[in-house]
Write a protein that binds this ligand. Structure first.
Ligand code: RIB
Length: 317
């Protein structure tokens, strides 16, 4: 295992959700009114915040996680798993008034998933301005998503601005923003649905994704990645747009692929890799993730990512 506390490792702060994933393996997604016999049910640590923290830690960063679990067995199990990855969970609150977040994850025989999240204690993830100032001091990135309440996400983003800490935002599950936060975002990672919802620009092809990325940049974001699943990702910055294809792998379970990508990207950027190198590393990490079942157990370590097959070359758009 790579040591996240090695001298010189970048420090990354993650604000986000912690869920116990109830994973149902099913032959196909049931239609309305259909009763289906599933193959198995397992309980696996997940949640976008937890998954992204684990991905950062397994890529070698020192990680501080801010979140909230319930005072129950699922909360204990999630914290135990995070500690095994040497993630600092001192800022994860335990709240006796709400159960730990739960996600019902249905995975079909093609590896595609459908997820329903019951937020539970994630709705109480919280830190005040003084705590944020302390967490963000000397951090390379604040990484956050939308599975915790928007007011708390916004408070963290504004605190990062004051602390001169770069923000990597993954607006998932997507919500339309009521405030112009784009100039506060260094790196935005969106899938095609999120890109289209937020920009109003169709983003299904690499060329369309490049246009959506340009829209975010026009609104103040420094760098944008539009992820396109099996078709790889498009990186957009001041130099233009590049399409990075993904290597072909057999998908077992796509859960946490986006979170894995994001963690690998964040750590590579924090370690001063070029934007394109960081995107290619993220694609390799995500490709490995989908060959294994479950969220956090499927997130690869740095050595596995570095020794994995290179995706094909990128092309200018
Ligand atoms: O991104 C995957 C995650 O989304 C799952 O682990 C589930 O908990 C939901 O938050």
């Amino acid at each position: 295992m790579n040591g996240p506390h090695d001298t010189g490792a970048a420090r990354i702060v993650v604000l986000g959700s912690l869920n116990m994933d109830l994973v149902l393996r099913v032959p196909h997604a049931p239609a309305a009114g259909e009763t289906l016999q599933g193959r198995s049910m397992t309980r696996i640590p997940g949640g976008k915040g937890g998954n992204q923290a684990v991905s950062c830690a397994r890529q070698g960063a020192r990680v501080t996680l801010v979140g909230c679990v319930g005072a129950d067995a699922d909360g204990e199990a999630l914290l135990l798993a995070l500690r095994e990855d040497r993630i600092d969970v001192a800022a994860v609150r335990s709240d006796a008034t709400a159960p730990t977040g739960t996600a019902l994850v249905m995975v079909d025989d093609t590896g595609q998933n459908r997820i329903v999240v019951i937020p539970g204690a994630n709705a109480h993830a919280d830190a005040d301005d003084a705590a944020w100032a302390a967490h963000l001091q000397s951090a390379a990135f604040l990484v956050t998503q939308f599975e915790t309440p928007w007011p708390q996400v916004l408070r963290a983003i504004e605190a990062a601005g004051r602390a001169r800490c770069k923000v990597l935002l993954n607006p998932s599950p997507v919500r339309v923003l009521d405030l112009p936060v784009w100039p506060l975002i260094d790196t935005l990672v969106v899938n095609e649905i999120e890109a289209t919802t937020l920009s109003g620009i169709p983003s299904g092809s690499p060329a369309e994704a490049a246009l959506a990325g340009a829209w975010f940049r026009d609104h103040g974001v420094t760098r944008v990645v539009v992820t396109l699943g099996a078709r790889g990702a498009v990186a957009i910055d001041a130099a233009g747009a590049r399409h990075h294809p993904a290597p072909h792998v057999q998908a077992v379970d796509t859960t946490a692929a986006g979170d894995t990508f994001l963690g690998a990207l964040a750590v590579a950027l924090a370690d001063d890799a070029s934007f394109d190198e960081a995107v290619r590393l993220g694609i390799r990490a995500a490709a490995l993730c989908i060959t294994q079942p479950g969220a956090q157990p499927s997130i690869p370590f740095r050595e596995a990512v570095l020794s994995s097959r290179l995706p094909p070359d990128w092309t200018l758009l």
